[in-house]
Write a protein that binds this ligand. Structure first.
Ligand code: 1BN
Ligand code: ZN
Length: 343
């Protein structure tokens, strides 16, 4: 049963402070990775606030929104998760690649294949890209990773939320775009590979697929055409709380928040601000406007993240519905904006 925005505010408010504290400790203990809250009133926070968009400046709502088929996205997520651990170089990873390719039959698909030299040796990496042409000059990329962690290849880890939900939702978005072609910017769906670290997350041991693709697109000129690069990651959690990310473009997060508000889903967005490295990071570093839609509060204090407890029973089709619909509405608003990025 979906909670009303009021229910959410009431039930979440008392635990917010504790969650933030637990999260900070967990981040230091688990990964040593950057995922920090900014200092209130800091220069960065002020700059970010000033760069957010006034919703009144956005194009008006233009009729009934589109909606994904969440039961189908759920079925895809379940099927992806049922492959089991899907680390790079594994038989399960190959099976999932084939499953995605079969799903995309008839669509313009382009693979970005290369060999990554990692701390654990050389591994094949396969980014999968489905291109839906538009009617306007420019590209919106929606990305999510399909690999699971190499270090968890033998401990029963299945990555239902982390890898499963992102893959399942992208497959459903492909169905939507196949049914109704983009009326505006081209939309490219990216199943990214090698997002996870081979050992411990560092800037060189992580994001193998997107670091490669960002370089390729910088060299061939694609990067300049990208209007927005939106990552969806860990978006299946039944208790959905999408973070505001410090490295994401504030104006793009404003558009996403407006999309969520128009759908009545804003209570699931941007209660907490973190600095998150994810598949958007290589593109942020090259100046592309990005947003990372990630729920990094998966179980109390993120306890299910990167554990064998990341299983389907923690997820909900409703969360896939919310994120899928907000992505479609975001695309609609971007298409209606007179200039992207806004002047
Ligand atoms: C997301 C899911 N990530 C890895 N699996 C990226 C990430 C790693 C985000 C550490 C925050 C902290
Ligand atoms: Zn992960």
């Amino acid at each position: 049963m979906r909670k009303s925005p009021e229910d959410w505010k009431l039930s979440r408010a008392p635990v917010c402070v504790l969650l933030t504290l637990a999260f900070t400790i967990a981040m230091v203990a688990c990964s040593g990775k950057k995922a920090e809250a900014p200092e209130a009133g800091s220069q960065a926070a002020q700059k970010k606030a000033s760069a957010q968009l006034n919703p009144a400046s956005l194009p008006a709502d233009s009729g009934p929104p589109r909606s994904i088929d969440a039961s189908r996205a759920w079925k895809y997520t379940k099927e992806v998760t049922a492959f089991g651990a899907r680390p790079v170089g594994s038989a399960n990873h190959k099976k999932l690649e084939a499953y995605i390719h079969v799903h995309l039959k008839g669509i313009d698909v382009q693979d970005d294949d290369f060999v990554a030299d990692t701390i654990e040796g050389k591994f094949p990496i396969h980014n999968i890209l489905a291109k839906f042409p538009g009617t306007k000059d420019g590209i919106i990329v929606i990305a999510g990773h399909y690999d699971t962690n190499y270090p968890f290849r033998n401990n029963g880890y299945v990555g239902a939320n982390d890898g499963g939900s992102s893959t399942g939702l992208l497959l459903e978005l492909a169905d939507q775009l196949r049914k109704e072609k983009p009326q505006g910017y081209a939309v490219w769906l990216l199943w990214s590979d090698g997002e996870e670290a081979m050992k411990d997350w560092t800037s060189t041991d992580s994001l193998y697929g997107t670091r490669h693709l960002a370089k390729v697109w910088e060299q061939d000129g694609t990067l300049k055409k990208i209007k927005a690069f939106i990552v969806e990651d860990m978006i299946g959690d039944a208790d959905l709380n999408i973070e505001r990310d410090q490295s994401s473009a504030p104006w793009l997060e404003s558009v996403i928040y407006e999309a969520a508000t128009r759908l009545g889903d804003q209570s699931h967005f941007f209660h907490r601000e973190l600095n998150i490295e994810d598949d958007h990071t290589p593109f942020v570093q090259l100046g592309v406007p990005c947003a990372d839609l990630i729920d990094f509060d998966y179980g109390y204090g993120n306890v299910f993240w990167h554990t064998p407890q990341d299983t389907m029973d923690k997820l909900s089709p409703q969360s896939l519905q919310i994120v899928g619909d907000v992505i479609l509405e975001t695309i609609r608003i971007l298409n209606a904006m007179p200039a992207v990025p806004p002047k």
